[in-house]
Design a binder for this molecule. Structure first.
Ligand SMILES: NC(=O)c1ccc[n+]([C@@H]2O[C@H](COP(=O)([O-])OP(=O)(O)OC[C@H]3O[C@@H](n4cnc5c(N)ncnc54)[C@H](O)[C@@H]3O)[C@@H](O)[C@H]2O)c1
Length: 263
């Protein structure tokens, strides 16, 4: 791929404050994109925006909740006014609550669907209105391997991610006549992420009565390529899908799992 393949592309990234979203901000900035980072967490958002500003890659930052339709609509309008267009949306923001089905609090189950599925719908809806005017654009959803295979204690997360693939395919059909491509990426376990480091390792170690190191080994053993998924693995595929190199691809959900789904 040529360098600066996303030069000056106005790119909204949701859930940009930490983890994969933060890494995507820098990965896309490396390719010349102008980043509009969104997050509900103001402190993390400000830190990311500051580092993007230092490298001249900051568009507009926004502290918002992607499940609040009015906030998303207003911010999309502000970006359109300032830059005249939106080239790329990466719907990355997502949450996970893990319970066995009979213990799952209903409100938490609904919350996961609300952020991971309804939030994606709301962002895509308003960004697509702008992209349609220009007959061009790319929408990428960060999905998960749990979007294709049910996962233990994860009924809400898997349901939200399966739904995300249905949403991706359906809006890819709606938007194809307008030159807008919509695809999803399904990463494996990103063990370097805060989600794993601050929460899942400890939760699973407790649940199974094993050490954190054993949990790590257990997850890596499931991967034919013998290592966890990294931010870089996801960024590489996201940059490709966002670029014109993928101009004949829409409605796809691409596994980035080291072959894990074959096991
Ligand atoms: N970490 C993994 O192993 C992994 C694997 C596969 C897929 N994913 C997916 O990647 C995406 C990012 O995951 P992560 O591990 O970086 O998570 P994370 O928890 O580190 O980051 C998620 C970010 O989204 C923000 N956010 C949450 N709710 C929001 C809302 N309502 N409005 C705006 N922002 C909100 C959070 O503040 C946070 O900054 C998620 O969609 C997740 O499902 C992660």
């Amino acid at each position: 791929m040529e360098q600066n393949v996303l030069k000056d592309k106005i790119t909204i990234i949701t859930g940009a404050g930490r983890g994969l979203g933060e890494a995507l901000c820098h990965g896309f900035a490396d390719e010349g994109a102008i980043i509009c980072p969104w997050d509900i967490d103001e402190q993390n958002l400000n830190n990311v925006a500051e580092s993007l500003k230092k490298r001249n890659s900051l568009g507009r930052k926004a502290k918002l909740d992607i499940t609040d339709e009015k906030q998303v609509e207003n911010e999309v309008n502000e970006i359109e006014q300032e830059f005249g267009r939106i080239d790329i949306l990466i719907a990355n923001a997502g949450i996970l609550h893990s319970y066995e089905i009979t213990d799952f609090p209903e409100q938490l189950w609904r919350k996961v669907i609300e952020v991971n599925l309804v939030g994606y719908f709301i962002c895509a809806k308003y960004v697509a209105k702008v992209m349609k005017k220009h007959k061009k654009g790319v929408i990428l959803q960060i999905n998960s391997k749990s979007g294709k295979k049910g996962s233990y204690w994860n009924s809400a997360y898997a349901a939200s991610k399966f739904g995300g693939i249905g949403l991706t395919q359906s809006i890819a059909l709606d938007l194809a006549p307008f030159g807008i491509r919509v695809n999803a990426i399904c990463p494996g376990n990103i063990l370097e992420s805060p989600l794993w480091q601050t929460s899942l390792f400890q939760q699973y170690a407790k649940k199974w009565g094993i050490s954190v190191d054993e949990v790590r080994r257990k997850y890596i053993e499931q991967v034919p390529l013998g290592r966890p998924c990294t931010y870089r693995d996801v960024i590489n595929v996201a940059v490709f899908l966002a670029s014109d190199y993928a101009s004949y691809m829409t409605g796809q959900a691409i596994n980035v799992t080291g072959g894990q789904e074959m096991r």
